[in-house]
Design a binder for this molecule. Structure first.
Ligand code: HEM
Length: 243
């Protein structure tokens, strides 16, 4: 090997790291923001237009389930929806590089609002999970999601407090991937409901329950895998199980 080849060798074999400001990142970011806004408008806001009893009569979302539960659980549902909605729309702002570099104080304050929204959204989620129409699957699926939502938010906060920016970015990617379950649930559900119809099977009484039984895990597990892929692609510290 010549002297010159030895010098350029490490550069040629270094892993490709994606540039966050590239066109694909911008398209992805815009898609995430628009879908987040659409889900808040379509799924969360209706809960604030009438009482749960009235919404149950109109078959809005899960109002028929929650119209008859204990008022404490109903309160937790509203707390959860407010926290989830605020986290869903403030989250994308935190990944906007222009805001981070031009107005770091705004980034810090929206970051605090985001993490408080995650904390109250997760607390509400933990209270309502046992009432899920998906039974134990709903309890364990949404319950685990709520715990991971808290843990990843806490890790992101701790990382930035000790000045570890790469770890902070990695934990925020994981945390928002979990927040985005609010969108994915509402994409998976109609897909699972109508996929059998596309394959020639008619809808039946158990169709909704069958589709809903999959979403408490399906709405967030693939998101986490995608997040880990994105973290590695960006050259950020990927997760290693403690041994
Ligand atoms: C990421 C962590 C989240 C957890 C652990 C979680 C947990 C839950 C649980 C347990 C329910 C009740 C579902 C059932 O009874 O089967 C629920 C419903 C709901 N969640 Fe979340 N959720 C999360 C994220 C979000 C986000 C980001 C939003 C933002 C819009 C959101 C909005 C709602 C709404 C509107 C409902 C009422 C059900 C409906 O009409 O679809 N959630 N959530």
């Amino acid at each position: 090997m010549t002297h010159v080849t030895r010098l350029i060798e490490p550069v040629r074999t270094a892993p490709a790291v994606a540039r966050p400001g590239g066109i694909r990142s911008r398209i992805g970011w815009t898609f995430v923001l628009l879908t987040a806004l659409a889900i808040v408008a379509y799924s969360a806001l209706p809960y604030f237009t009438a009482s749960l009893a009235d919404l149950a009569g109109q078959e809005v979302g899960l109002a028929p389930t929650y119209a008859t539960v204990h008022p404490f659980v109903q309160g937790a549902l509203y707390v959860h929806i407010v926290g989830g909605a605020v986290a869903l729309v403030t989250g994308p702002l935190q990944f906007w590089r222009g805001l981070r570099t031009r107005a770091p104080r705004v980034h810090r304050w929206t970051g605090r609002v985001y993490l408080v929204a995650v904390a109250i959204g997760a607390a509400g989620g933990l209270v309502i999970a046992p009432s899920s129409p998906a039974g134990y699957v709903g309890f364990f699926g949404f319950g685990t999601l709520a715990v991971l939502w808290l843990v990843t938010g806490w890790r992101a906060y701790r990382a930035i407090r000790r000045g570890d920016v790469p770890s902070h970015r990695a934990w925020m990617i994981r945390n928002y991937a979990l927040t985005y379950s609010g969108v994915m649930l509402r994409i998976w559900l109609p897909f699972l409901l109508f996929a059998p119809v596309a394959l020639g099977q008619p809808l039946h009484d158990g169709s909704f329950a069958n589709a809903y039984a999959a979403v408490p895990f399906l709405c967030w597990l693939p998101n986490l895998v995608f997040a880990e892929w994105l973290i590695r692609r960006r050259g950020l510290p990927s997760y290693r199980l403690p041994v």
